[in-house]
Ligand binder design. Structure first.
Ligand code: ATP
Length: 356
């Protein structure tokens, strides 16, 4: 177990005559035993960051430490980390027993009997003890993923590094494996860095979430912190499903005026002082339908079972609201909404920085 510290980590790639900055001087501390999720849109540098930690990429500048040890120049196999990838990377000609035990056989002097015993323990932990004689092609995606995990666990590494390990599984199995992985990680208490582009997965799994965009770290915090107190418009927009509603509004004293019928009187004007206009954000789940509020025109109603998603028009902007399953406006119906000031997000229109 150890803390992993990234200090001004930078990774550039040459691509033709261009220099691509995949990781742009990031500072990040992953705590001992923590489950940290790196999340962000495609191409933001998550995989490259993870590969630098694994020792699979040379860094351009900056340092990587495991505990007090500077590992920046160590090769991958000298780092004592275990990687789990989305494509499992199992050996097709070996059965499950051999796939799980292979790494130990290579790296230790242990007897076959000792290795077998450990393979059986790990297989039992993962519920695949009946599959030890099977070849990968005879296994389902979920079973193959468990074998890949088994191979990582048996090495008892300093850290697990996981790159979208569940993305090849169907939705139901993915959510089951999320829970299993979390329980397992908690029991093993091994520092884990987990990469995903799926913010729902990040929210569900991470002790903390590190949101990346364009090679830079935007915010690191608990699911609740990044959801409720996003530092900027990017994080507010990326975290939450369906996405937050965002639009421009002019500021006049305590009054905000936005598209269509949008008007709102602020009780607290401190955040907007000095601004002529701001970006306004309201999450779909914070919208409340009321008799006399801001008018919107219903476009589509999507029943979700326990609630409905309402897609409506607000002066040419699409506004999404999560409403009660009993609320059933028809397309063309004008309904009216409000929200609490606590649920209002305000951002600088130039920089996107949160104003409160
Ligand atoms: P995804 O979710 O799509 O895997 P990501 O967030 O993991 O994306 P990276 O794979 O780390 O992003 O890529 C970051 C940037 O670096 C991208 O612009 C990518 O095209 C570029 N990149 C990654 N690897 C290389 C490489 N070997 N050579 C050149 N450019 C690369």
């Amino acid at each position: 177990m150890s803390t992993i510290t990234l200090d001004t980590l930078r990774k550039e790639f040459d691509s033709g005559d261009e220099r691509i900055v995949a990781v742009d001087d990031i500072d990040l501390e992953i705590r001992d035993g923590e489950f940290l999720v790196l999340v962000g849109p495609s191409g933001c540098g998550k995989t490259t960051t993870l590969r630098c930690v694994a020792g699979l990429e040379d860094v351009t500048s900056g340092t990587i430490r495991f505990g007090d040890d500077d590992v920046t120049d160590l090769r991958a196999r000298e780092r004592d980390v275990a990687m789990v990838f989305q494509n499992y990377a199992l050996y097709p000609h070996m059965n499950v027993r051999k796939n799980i035990g292979f790494g130990l056989k290579l790296s230790t002097q242990q007897s076959s009997a000792d290795i077998d015993r450990q393979v059986e323990e790990v297989a039992e932990m993962l519920g695949i003890e009946d599959l030890l004689g099977q070849k990968p092609k005879e296994l389902s995606g979920g079973q193959q993923q468990r074998v890949a995990l088994g191979r990582a666990i048996i090495r008892d590494p300093e850290a697990f590094l996981m790159d979208e390990p569940l993305s090849n599984l169907d939705a139901k199995l993915r959510s089951q494996m999320r829970t299993e992985l979390q329980t397992l990680q908690h029991d093993l208490d091994v520092t884990t860095v987990y990469v995903t582009h799926d913010q729902t997965e990040a929210m569900a799994m991470g002790d903390r979430i590190a949101v990346m965009n364009d090679g830079t770290l935007q915010q690191v915090g608990t699911a609740e912190a990044v959801y409720r107190s996003p530092v900027n418009e990017f994080v507010a927009d990326f975290i939450g499903s369906p996405s937050i509603n965002l639009f421009d509004a002019t500021v006049d004293g305590n009054r905000l005026d936005g598209p269509g019928d949008f008007g709102y009187r602020l009780a607290d004007t401190t955040p907007v002082e000095g601004y002529e206009s701001v970006r306004v954000g309201v999450r779909p789940e914070d919208i409340e339908l009321v008799a006399d509020g801001i008018d919107i025109e219903t476009k589509v109603l999507e029943p979700m079972g326990n609630e409905n998603y309402l897609y409506a028009d607000l002066g040419g902007h699409e506004l999404t609201a999560r409403v009660a399953s009993t609320a059933r406006p028809s397309p063309g119906d004008v309904v009216s909404f409000t929200f609490d000031e606590d649920a209002l997000y305000l951002f600088d229109p130039e920089t996107g920085e949160a104003l409160k």
